[in-house]
Design a protein around this ligand. Structure first.
Ligand SMILES: [Zn+2]
Length: 117
């Protein structure tokens, strides 16, 4: 478990992320690798729709010299995808805002807070 993204206290049920995600799921700051170069870890630093080609994205990333064009359905290997979720306790309806790494923690489905669990 990453020190930077502690799981919320209490009990959380998550769905693990797939081994690959479509390029359209990337956001700035996400770490990922291209399937053909899994050891080359890249960090997205700018994702734009292609001005001329629909369903293509132009991705700038730390780790490569120039932006590349990719189909939005193209599978990428996710390495780190931090997202903020609003979690609501199933028992007391308390809500917390929680940063989770989809790769480490998965996508939250159900949460019971530390007071209820
Ligand atoms: Zn609760």
């Amino acid at each position: 478990m990453s020190k930077n993204t502690p799981a919320p206290k209490g009990f959380i049920v998550t769905t693990p992320i797939a081994p690959t995600v479509p390029a359209s799921a990337l956001q700035d700051g996400d770490a990922f690798a291209l399937p053909e170069a899994p050891d080359n870890h890249l960090i997205a630093q700018g994702i734009k729709p292609h001005p001329d080609l629909t369903s293509r994205l132009i991705i700038s990333a730390r780790g490569i010299p120039a932006p590349f064009t990719i189909h939005s359905d193209e599978p990428l290997q996710p390495l780190r995808m931090l997202r903020t979720f609003e979690l609501t306790c199933q028992l007391c309806n308390r809500t917390v805002s929680q940063d989770l790494d989809l790769v480490t923690h998965g996508t939250p489905q159900t949460w019971v807070c530390n007071l209820c669990s």
